[in-house]
Ligand binder design. Structure first.
Ligand code: GUN
Ligand code: ZN
Length: 438
């Protein structure tokens, strides 16, 4: 209720500072509270202090639960919910054999609508409140996703996926059609509710020069929309891109030539990246979506976080469902941790780094300054976690020696089953987490 304060009690964690550059970035309250006024957070701190200061606030929450900022997934594919777990294939075979046939089914609007509902629910059930989403190749299916996100209240940036070669004919468009269709979708959806549009060429491999050119023209015509694509994911893919664009000095150059590399651009993967590309990404202010579970599942390789940080490239987390192994950004945090542990020059990550990557880093990568931590003034986008009774997580948390250790246990063990509630802009979306076919 607008104008009425709510005091939400829980164990709180957030990273109002960047743990990669500042000490003491993790702020934790073991008996904490958040005061919410409508859409916004107005105070964060110890429960006892805030109860004294906000005596008229309605009480909510649970002191035994764990409250974090809502997760920000910076790379996930809506048509791929049902592809999760397709084993035994690397990127290009995985696309051809399992993923693109499923994406072709979204030509059927009824199929797409049902999938959009499942997809949005899956994000929320995993505590994701903001997402940058690869949409569908079909305009009707793309509309279905925007409609569902709007209905439920999710923060979503997405766009029609563009390709005009080397996928399968049903998924191909042509540059003129792409321009017109994107214009229509932008005019209908960009800036409406909590939705934004992202121009989304699938990857250079599946796009002619003319299609990338048209994407650049759209970005010039609509300079406040977002841009997303894939970059430097697998070795086979990179080799093919080099053959298809003989004029390009590297993979990034295929996008640069058409004006697609800027401060509103998010590139997924970037595993096998050259030094020059990192320098140019940093200079452009672009962000990279690190998708650790996907990089391991499809066998693309281990992400060099050290080199990205050294060059000043912004990095956030993406689940990359269905190359990724699920919607949980907690799990992606764990996978990111493990991926660094496995490399001789890996960045040693702790719970604060994982939380930052899953929340505030994502918000900043998507230009959403008002999201990603629990500081006063931020939007009240939250996830409430509580371990299922009798679970291993419950046992570990009960004996946790410190808040930081508890956060490490949450990243390691908490999944969908532990997500009890989710808020976007101060509104609980709990009703949307439950089963209930539509
Ligand atoms: N590159 C082009 N399309 C895709 C996709 O759907 N998933 C991943 N992981 N990489 C891609
Ligand atoms: Zn992807």
């Amino acid at each position: 209720l607008r104008g009425m304060l709510t005091l939400l009690r829980a164990r709180l964690f957030h990273t109002p500072k960047n743990p990669f550059t500042e000490a003491g970035a993790l702020e934790a309250f073991s008996d904490g509270a958040l005061v919410i006024d409508g859409e916004r957070i107005v105070a964060v701190g110890d429960a006892a202090t805030l109860r004294g200061r906000y005596q008229s606030a309605a009480l909510a929450g649970d002191p035994e639960s764990y409250l974090l900022p809502g997760f920000v997934d910076t790379h996930v594919h809506y048509p791929q919910v049902r592809v999760i777990g397709a084993m035994g294939l690397t990127l290009l075979d995985w696309l051809r054999e399992r993923t693109l046939p499923e994406e072709a089914r979204l030509a059927d609007l009824a199929y797409a609508r049902a999938l959009a509902a499942r997809f949005v629910r899956a994000l929320l059930r995993n505590g994701t409140t903001t997402a940058l989403v690869f949409g569908s190749h079909f305009p009707g299916a793309q509309e279905a996703l925007f409609e569902e996100a709007e209905r439920v209240g999710l923060r979503l940036t997405s766009g029609l996926v563009l390709a005009d070669r080397l996928l399968r004919p049903e998924l191909h468009t042509d540059p003129e059609t792409a321009y017109r269709t994107c214009e229509t979708l932008i005019s209908r959806w960009h800036g409406r509710s909590r939705l934004r549009y992202a121009l989304t060429p699938r990857f250079a491999l599946s796009c002619s020069d003319a299609l990338l050119e048209v994407t650049g023209a759209l970005l010039r015509a609509y300079p406040d929309v977002w841009f997303q694509t894939h970059l430097n994911e697998s070795r086979d893919e990179i080799r093919t891109v080099a053959e298809l664009f003989p004029w390009a000095e590297d993979y990034l150059a295929t996008y640069e030539r058409f004006g697609l590399v800027g401060a509103r651009s998010v590139f997924a993967h970037n595993v096998h990246v050259r030094e020059g590309e990192l320098r140019r990404l940093a200079a452009a202010g672009s962000a990279v979506a690190h998708c650790p579970s996907s990089n391991m599942f499809i066998g693309s390789g281990l992400f060099s976080l050290r080199r990205h940080l050294a060059c000043g490239v912004r990095v956030a987390l993406g689940s990359d469902v269905g190359g990724g192994t699920g919607f949980s950004l907690l799990k992606e945090g764990l996978m990111a941790y493990q991926g660094q542990m496995l490399q001789p020059d890996g960045v040693p990550l702790g719970p604060a780094h994982l939380l930052y990557l899953a929340t505030r880093a994502g918000a900043l990568a998507l230009g959403q300054e008002a999201l990603g931590d629990l500081s006063p003034g931020r939007q009240a986008d939250l996830v409430l976690l509580k371990p299922p009774p009798g679970s291993t997580l419950e046992e570990v948390l009960r004996h946790s020696p410190s808040p930081e250790a508890s956060l490490g246990a949450l990243f390691t063990l908490a999944r969908e089953e532990s997500v009890r509630d989710v808020w976007v802009a101060g509104v609980s979306l709990r009703a949307h987490l439950a089963g209930g076919e539509r």
